[in-house]
Design a protein around this ligand. Structure first.
Ligand SMILES: Nc1ncnc2c1ncn2[C@@H]1O[C@H](COP(=O)(O)OP(=O)(O)OP(=O)(O)O)[C@@H](O)[C@H]1O
Ligand SMILES: [Mg+2]
Length: 331
């Protein structure tokens, strides 16, 4: 489960050097480059009874590109939230380092916004007030009108125009989560971190918000690290899917390249070449391989360079490509 932190604990008060007070509001750049984020050999250990320690994971390596949407999947307790908290700067690794945009992460930063499963809004502020508060924390010297304009734009982007003056108690769960997304996007973070952001929502709202987040991230070239338990969500959203073995001592078993085109239509996903191979690969991992790989990694496995997999066309994909009905659907 994702941690629910009060708004003030979110990284709007920087532990590093991000609150520049610059009144100008820069626009987003979108070039792809290798290793925009680099997780380098991190470990997380907790004290255990008897003076021993439990290792959640160790020697974990993971590079991410600028503009990339990365999803992490793994069973409960394997350390996904711990990785996200380290990326957010909310926790420090026991060993190793994370480099983000050329700088080691030390504490929270306005460059890295977090969207939690719980929305963590300020209940006494309106929708506009919640988002504007984040914007004014980011650009402390920005004129009020500019802050408000930016907040309103973010609110429009997530489809909440008309609800600016409502308080959180007057909003549905999906609307609250939209405010959380608007608040994170409004500060133009270099990195967006999401811990199961849609898991508490009903299926319809979840689908709509997935569509919006995907559209916004593709349009702005946002770099995203997101945790999910939902295989279909990861297929729809991610460029790459990081598969974690079961804990303790979890490992990055594989990094799966999503073969689907960047421009995706949810309703047509299952017709896309590679869809069935990808989905079967992910399901197979969660059902069996996440455990068997924890017990024995294949010969030659290198934690520093986890295998990168691109599931190949299956029989069903070939059928889809040829326009025939997929065997799996005929059964
Ligand atoms: N403060 C803590 N003290 C001791 N152990 C902890 C602490 N925080 C987390 N852990 C342990 O670290 C492991 C990883 O926790 P984490 O929350 O990162 O898992 P997760 O993969 O996000 O799980 P879930 O899918 O249930 O959210 C768990 O076994 C958990 O019990
Ligand atoms: Mg978690």
């Amino acid at each position: 489960m994702a941690t629910l932190l009060p708004f003030r604990a979110l990284p709007f008060r920087s532990g590093s050097s991000d609150t520049t007070g610059d009144a100008r509001m820069p626009s987003q750049t979108t070039p792809q480059s290798e290793k925009f984020i680099s997780i380098e050999g991190i470990a997380r250990r907790y004290p255990a009874p008897g003076g021993t320690s439990t290792t959640v994971f160790e020697n974990l390596w993971l590079p991410m590109r600028r503009g990339e949407f990365v999803c992490m999947i793994g069973h409960s307790g394997c350390g996904k939230t711990t990785v996200l908290n380290i990326l957010a700067g909310l926790e420090a690794p026991s060993e190793g380092v994370v480099i983000a945009d050329g700088q080691a992460i030390e504490g929270t930063s306005l460059d890295r916004a977090v969207i939690f499963q719980g929305h963590a809004l300020l209940p006494w502020r309106t929708v506009l007030g919640n988002v504007a508060y984040a914007v004014s924390s980011r650009w402390r010297k920005a004129p009020r009108a500019e802050v408000e304009a930016r907040a309103r734009k973010a609110i429009r982007t997530v489809g909440l125009a008309g609800s600016e003056h409502k308080r959180p108690s007057e909003l549905s769960g999906g609307m609250k989560q939209r405010v959380g997304i608007a608040r994170a996007l409004a500060i133009e973070p270099k990195i967006l971190l999401m811990d199961e952001p849609f898991s508490a929502l009903d299926a319809l709202t979840r689908g709509t918000l997935q569509d919006e987040v995907r559209r916004i991230c593709v349009e702005t070239g946002q770099t995203v690290f997101m945790i999910t338990h939902d295989v279909d969500e990861s297929i729809y959203l991610a460029d790459r899917i990081v598969l974690m073995t079961n804990g303790p001592q979890a490992k990055v078993a594989e990094i799966v390249e999503n073969p689907l085109p960047k421009v995706r239509d949810r309703t047509q996903l299952h017709h896309a070449p590679g869809y069935y191979a990808l989905r079967n690969h992910l399901m197979d991992f969660l059902v069996t391989r996440s455990k068997t790989l924890r017990d024995a990694m294949p010969a030659g496995y290198d934690q520093r360079h986890p295998p990168v997999i691109r599931p190949s066309l299956s029989e069903a994909d070939t059928a889809a490509l040829l326009g025939a009905e997929a065997p799996a659907l005929r059964a």
